[in-house]
Design a protein around this ligand. Structure first.
Ligand code: AQP
Length: 334
């Protein structure tokens, strides 16, 4: 088993990124007593530039993402932690796979439709080509498992199609077909302002998300203002139908404690949101600020962060090079 995943350094890392992705990376990595050769986590800066970025903010966001990985418990002795653009094979294989990917497959991707919106002729080519680069991220290391939140499942499935088409044309079984892995209760954390919208770094409202760097007061304030509905909380899952905000807050409450919805519904069912919000705040304040504090400590030691990223990129490069060479030989480029 080889694990690969990543996060875009587009802005603040939030609770959705944590519950849907990073926390699961840590548990997978620990469960398989990972090595830097079979467990790779990158900060996908080349994906971030598919939409406009401020250079200084991007540079800082890359370090914040790396600090988040470490603060959440990824051990650099057991995992390759690196920046995507530091391993040139990502861009090279991304181009090669882009040449093999039909436009129709890319136009079908919901993330492209969401982000390009109605103005798609004005969006960059990179936004459309994003899944071909993501396929390269995964296939460069012949990764077999890709732990992601629900929104990225479609891209991992497209990676399987791209790998399958490549194998069929150039060499049976050159690439393994990677599996998307969605773990835990919170595979899609929703906005605190609108339970039908995904919690997202790019949401204009900071009130819509909980950031890993938020302090206890900010968390309490955001939960206090989080959208609810007028009814009491239900005692069973059927009572959550058509109540997206209630479902989201309860899911967060369960997931942050490592529990399932079924575990927490009997505890809170029948109560009002006001009492529940106090419990939710306490659970979040127990969990998130220690991660944020550890991130701040790491960010104060940039030399250490750079050293982790340099070592990670060297490890990753050593795996990537033979894959790229193999692809080029199969295709007649070498
Ligand atoms: N709301 C979410 N709930 C659960 N998982 C989530 N992920 C993202 N949002 C949620 C998972 O986090 C990992 C990294 O995501 P990404 O940085 O590659 O980009 P994204 O999926 O597009 O996330 P954002 O926050 O919405 O970023 P922007 O706003 O920049 O596009 C992935 O595994 C993702 O599934």
């Amino acid at each position: 088993m080889t694990i690969l995943s990543g996060i875009q350094p587009t802005s603040n890392i939030h609770l959705g990124n944590y519950l849907g992705a990073i926390r699961n990376w840590v548990s997978l990595s620990r469960a398989q007593n990972a090595t830097p050769q079979n467990s790779l986590f990158c900060v996908v800066d080349l994906h971030a530039i598919t939409v406009a970025q401020d250079p200084a903010k991007l540079r800082q966001a890359v370090l914040e993402a790396a600090a988040a990985y470490l603060a959440c418990g990824l051990d650099p002795a057991h995992n390759s932690i690196f920046v995507q653009s530091h391993v040139s094979g990502h861009a090279e294989l991304g181009w090669i796979l882009g040449c093999q990917t039909p436009l129709g497959w890319l136009y079908r991707m919901t993330q492209f439709k969401d982000k390009a919106g109605k103005d798609r002729d004005n969006s960059g080519l990179g936004l459309l080509a994003y899944p071909a680069l993501m396929a390269a991220d995964i296939l460069l290391y012949k990764a077999t498992q890709v732990p992601v939140g629900e929104d990225q499942k479609q891209h991992v499935e497209l990676t399987r199609d791209i790998a399958g088409a490549f194998n069929h044309q150039f060499g049976e079984n050159f690439f393994p077909l990677p599996e998307p892995l969605m773990m835990g209760e919170a595979t899609r954390v929703m906005s605190l302002r609108d339970g039908t919208k995904k919690m997202s770094k790019s949401d204009a409202s900071d009130q819509s998300r909980l950031n890993l760097l938020d302090d206890a007061d900010t968390i309490a304030d955001k939960i206090k203002r989080a959208k609810t509905d007028p009814d009491a909380l239900p005692s069973d899952a059927a009572g959550l139908a058509n109540r997206p905000e209630a479902r989201n807050l309860l899911t967060i409450y369960a997931a942050v404690q490592g529990k399932s919805l079924a575990d927490v519904l009997p505890e809170v069912g029948g109560g009002q949101f006001s009492g529940f919000k106090a419990k939710l705040t306490a659970a979040l304040v127990d969990h998130l600020p220690p991660i944020g504090q550890r991130m701040q400590q790491l960010l104060a030691d940039k030399a250490y962060l750079q050293q982790v990223l340099t070592t990670g990129a060297a490890n990753a490069n050593a795996i990537a090079k033979p894959t790229l060479q193999g692809v080029m030989e199969l295709m007649g480029l070498r």
